[in-house]
Design a binder for this molecule. Structure first.
Ligand SMILES: Cc1ncc(COP(=O)(O)O)c(C=O)c1O
Length: 395
């Protein structure tokens, strides 16, 4: 994060000057090409969308939107209270049961976001006598969960199960928790879960994986990365997911052994002190889950689109990542070039994501393309044409 060189030390700043330092911070970010802007998206956006996380193209599917509308009509616009008071409807309970069954976990607990689910898992499953071993490229919500926990945190080198093993072997803490994304959001590469699980097991540690980008994409019919690795339902393994990507809804969940879920209900602050997920979001997620169960080919198709995009962009001379799931990234020469490239893509009719510091752990700016499973061959060809035609020098 870019910080102003010095914060004001004056004791008696005029009220109008109290936030002057924010202007200095904004100027520094602008100087480094790191300004972020909000864009309001119209309902009928003519632009081809490869920027969202709607991996299966379900956000507008009638089975999903109808389920959301039905849930809102039946249960109301909001959950009315926290889950332990009035915020658990029969629909929440249904979603938890079906999600757990789908992913092969003993139990599931729904949260208002994947972010809240990650904070819950990391804070409730650790204590000051726990060592968390966290992959250096983990998502910000896992990092924040580590910070909020009172555990000791070791940032392990990215994708290095041997390093995890070494740290666990040398620990002096009573408990340990190995934490990793299953699919890393920037490059779309997958963690080596069998190796991580074996490392954790060899040293009596638990494994927590964030399957935000794996659910709906990896494993048979989209059952997620743990199912793909043969680790679903293991007694020492917990997964978090978001309902906001493949499932085209909003919200998150923790999946794992029943006693882990029971413990979260009693102790996780982002569960206890947060209003339950809105019924419409619960309904949409249930609709998507049932659709995915009925049409399992959707997961395979998303991965196939990713491989096609990556192969064609690479053939065109760009540095595209080799995708393990439905995310393809393309390296840009720098943050300003990445922003300009994404803007040029948009002007040409294609929305792509743009990742740059501080959102990229390795400092490399990139475009990020979502390989939506519902893209047609024509749309794939058009996306490749636009990304290639607008590529900056040095890309
Ligand atoms: C890896 C990962 N974990 C967690 C989250 C947070 O999920 P949510 O958006 O549901 O809060 C995201 C992104 O949104 C993510 O990419």
């Amino acid at each position: 994060m870019v910080q102003p060189s010095a914060l004001p030390t004056e004791q008696h700043l005029a009220p109008a000057a109290v936030f002057d330092w924010l202007d200095e911070a904004a100027a520094l970010r602008a100087g480094a090409g790191l300004t972020r802007t909000l864009r309001s998206r119209p309902a009928e956006d003519p632009v081809l969308d490869l920027a969202s996380n709607d991996y299966l193209g379900l956000v507008h599917h009638p089975a999903v939107t109808r389920a959301a509308a039905d849930a809102a009509l039946r249960w109301g616009g909001g959950a009315t209270g926290s889950r332990l008071v009035t915020g658990t409807t029969a629909l929440h309970t249904e979603l938890e049961a079906e999600l757990a069954e789908f992913c092969g976990a003993e139990a599931a607990l729904v949260f208002s976001s994947g972010y809240a689910a990650n904070l819950a898992a990391l804070t409730a499953l650790t204590d000051p006598d726990t060592l968390i071993v966290s992959d250096a490229y983990n998502h910000a919500s896992l990092i924040d969960g580590c910070r909020l926990s009172r555990a000791a945190v070791h940032r392990a080198p990215h994708d290095d199960p041997d390093a995890v093993r070494e740290v666990l072997a040398a620990r002096t803490h009573r408990r340990a928790l190995v934490v990793s994304d299953t699919v890393f959001s920037v490059d779309g590469n997958a963690a080596r879960l069998p190796e991580l699980s074996a490392a954790a097991r060899a040293h009596g540690a638990a494994l927590l994986v964030d399957d935000a980008h794996g659910l709906g994409v990896l494993g048979a019919g989209g059952r997620g990365a743990l199912a793909a690795a043969g680790l679903a339902g293991q007694p020492d393994t917990v997964a978090t997911v978001t309902l906001s990507k493949s499932l085209g809804s909003q919200g998150g969940a923790v999946l794992g052994p029943r006693r882990v879920i029971d413990h979260l209900v009693e102790t996780a602050r982002t569960f206890i002190f947060d209003t339950g997920l809105a019924p419409a979001a619960v309904g949409a997620a249930l609709g998507a889950l049932r659709l995915l169960r009925a049409e399992p080919h959707r997961a395979d198709r998303a991965r196939e689109v990713a491989r096609t995009l990556s192969a064609r962009l690479t053939a065109a001379g760009l540095r595209a990542s080799a995708p393990d799931a439905a995310v393809v990234s393309v390296r840009a020469p720098g943050p300003e070039a990445a922003v300009a490239w994404a803007a040029d893509c948009r002007s040409a009719g294609l929305a792509v994501g743009c990742f740059r510091p501080p959102s990229v752990p390795d400092g490399v700016s990139r475009l990020r393309l979502t390989a939506r499973g519902d893209l047609t061959e024509r749309q794939i060809a058009e996306a490749v044409r636009i990304v290639t035609a607008t590529a900056p020098v040095g890309a």
